[in-house]
Design a protein around this ligand. Structure first.
Ligand SMILES: [Zn+2]
Ligand SMILES: [Zn+2]
Length: 133
């Protein structure tokens, strides 16, 4: 877990910035079909309680609901995927790639590996789960 606070991040064009006072999880890599299709590879996301997350430029976020359970927030200008959240949840997953280094984070598990692409391998020392963890 990261002990760096606050952690900052942004989309590629900079219209949306994030400040996270406290994260509550290391990075989970999700290889499900929805994450692969949206990102072009797979998702790697940490997570914070909503009251620890400050978003500037939120009017630039488009939320796409790929399933009834969750929605995915991306910048409507540059396309950067920034957030994933279950409907009515008290926490938000935050894409690790949008965060500024150092993050103090590491990938601690891979999920939905049954759906993973056939063109890459997962490092053998990180736990994997066929579906959710
Ligand atoms: Zn942007
Ligand atoms: Zn996924």
């Amino acid at each position: 877990m990261s002990d760096i606070s606050p952690i900052t991040g942004s989309c590629l064009c900079g219209r949306i910035t994030l400040k996270i006072d406290s994260l509550n999880r290391d990075v989970v890599a999700c290889h499900c079909r929805q994450c692969r299709k949206q990102t072009g590879h797979f998702v790697a996301a940490t997570r914070a309680d909503n009251d620890q997350l400050t978003v500037e430029g939120a009017e630039n976020i488009n939320w796409y609901q790929a399933s009834p359970e969750a929605e995915r927030g991306f910048c409507q200008h540059c396309g950067s995927l920034l957030m994933w959240r279950a409907m009515n949840s008290t926490h938000t997953s935050i894409m690790a790639g949008c965060l500024d280094a150092p993050t103090g984070l590491k990938v601690d598990r891979h999920i939905y590996v049954d759906d993973k692409g056939d063109y890459y391998t997962i490092e053998p020392d990180v736990p994997t789960f066929a579906q959710s963890d």
